[in-house]
Ligand binder design. Structure first.
Ligand SMILES: NC(=O)c1ccc[n+]([C@@H]2O[C@H](COP(=O)([O-])OP(=O)(O)OC[C@H]3O[C@@H](n4cnc5c(N)ncnc54)[C@H](O)[C@@H]3O)[C@@H](O)[C@H]2O)c1
Ligand SMILES: [Zn+2]
Ligand SMILES: [Zn+2]
Length: 361
């Protein structure tokens, strides 16, 4: 048995996305079918459409989602039909070399559904980040379903499924931001503002938001930025140094994913400071840095996949902070849109009109 539902696919590289019929199989062993309630539009969906991630078209896009479990396959005990869940792309295996070292947030063998969702002609779809959630119902591995407080707003908490968690975790988990730190965040979209919010939660005293768009800087202030820099008008490295006693920030989060912004991050941190790259570069990008500076500035150059999060630990905790009014996830939701408006949402992402457009089902 299978179900036919509506979903958004990227059929060919660089072509507009389309709404079409998706065939969703019944859940097999270890799998779950989730009725999606809300799914945010992340820049990574656009990277997929542009062929920047891989060439496995057609993609079923969407991966920042919350919904209700409809059915589960054999052997599933952690979630049951009716549970409200945020979908994650880190269903840890418990058995790989990272998991065995007690660092499951690096898990190298995360679970995805074994069966594939398809088009009506049987063409197998590649679900974005192993999820695929711009669709009325999606098939995932049960471990990709993280139960959270069912009274939370789906459009807001679904964003923890990718961008907001990636940014927040880049600051707190990867960057180790703590009380009294100075933090600079380059690129203040959904991911960068997640980092700003994370730095604020962790007690950073100086939080410098950097973007090329004044509207983004205004929003970043709402998440806790104490200072803002428009990178179009100002020398970013010098401005960060000026705001940090001439030294640079303890932690710089790069949430754009480009060589020029990475270079700024590298030089805008203090000696022995930390750079965290959470923005995703494309395959042709390269960077050259004086090796003596890499050595001489000390500290750490880190990358952050998904904010080094552990969904089972972090999602319920962050939903609790949201419900207490200490993490404003609602402010990330600029607009709620329909399934057939994803292509327009990509356009708004480019013009800077939105932090997050969220598809509501
Ligand atoms: N590492 C991860 O696990 C992870 C997870 C989700 C997304 N991402 C990546 O994070 C990046 C950001 O995602 P997003 O959804 O926030 O995208 P977005 O498009 O909403 O935000 C990007 C921001 O960067 C700004 N920007 C562009 N060029 C700039 C420059 N030269 N200097 C300063 N700011 C500049 C834009 O104005 C925009 O506000 C993307 O590359 C995305 O793929 C990574
Ligand atoms: Zn593992
Ligand atoms: Zn994403």
């Amino acid at each position: 048995m299978s179900q036919r539902v509506r979903g958004v696919i990227a059929r060919e590289k660089g072509k507009p996305v389309e709404v079409t019929t998706i065939v969703v199989p019944d859940p097999g062993p270890g799998e779950a079918v989730v009725k999606v309630q809300a799914c945010g539009v992340c820049h990574t969906d656009l990277h997929y459409r542009e062929g920047g991630i891989n060439d496995e078209f057609p993609f079923l896009l969407g991966h920042e989602a919350a919904g209700v479990v409809e059915s589960v396959g054999d052997g599933v005990t952690d979630v049951a039909p009716g549970d409200f869940v945020v979908l994650n792309w880190r269903a840890v295996c418990g058995n790989c070399r990272a998991c065995n070292k007690g660092k499951p947030w690096y898990c190298f063998a995360t679970h995805n559904a074994k069966q594939r969702m398809t088009l009506e002609d049987g063409t197998e779809l590649s679900p974005a980040l192993g999820i695929g959630a711009f669709v009325e119902k999606t098939l995932v591995h049960a471990g990709q379903c993280t139960k959270v407080d069912p009274s939370a707003r789906a459009a807001a908490v679904g964003l923890l499924g990718c961008g907001v968690m990636a940014g927040l975790g880049a600051a707190i988990n990867t960057g180790g931001v703590t009380r009294g730190d100075s933090v600079a965040v380059i690129g203040c979209g959904g991911v960068g503002d997640g980092a700003v919010a994370g730095a604020a939660l962790a007690g950073a005293t100086t939080i410098i938001a950097i973007d090329t768009d004044d509207r983004k800087l205004e929003w970043a202030r709402g998440f806790g930025a104490t200072h803002t820099i428009n990178a179009r008008e100002t020398d970013v490295v010098k401005a960060v140094q000026d705001l940090t006693g001439g030294f640079g920030a303890d932690v710089v989060v790069e949430a754009v994913g480009r060589p020029e912004t990475y270079r700024q991050a590298f030089y805008a941190r203090d000696l022995a400071g930390t750079v965290v790259l959470v923005g995703v570069p494309t395959p042709e990008m390269t960077i050259e840095l004086p090796l003596l500076d890499v050595f001489g500035r000390g500290g750490a150059l880190k990358s952050s996949w998904y904010g080094d999060c552990l969904p089972s630990r972090d999602f319920p905790m962050l939903v609790e902070l949201y419900k207490q009014g200490r993490l404003d996830l609602d402010a990330f939701v600029t607009e709620e849109i329909a399934l057939d408006e994803v292509e327009q949402a990509f356009g708004k992402m480019h013009t800077g009109d939105v932090l997050r457009s969220v598809v509501i089902f």
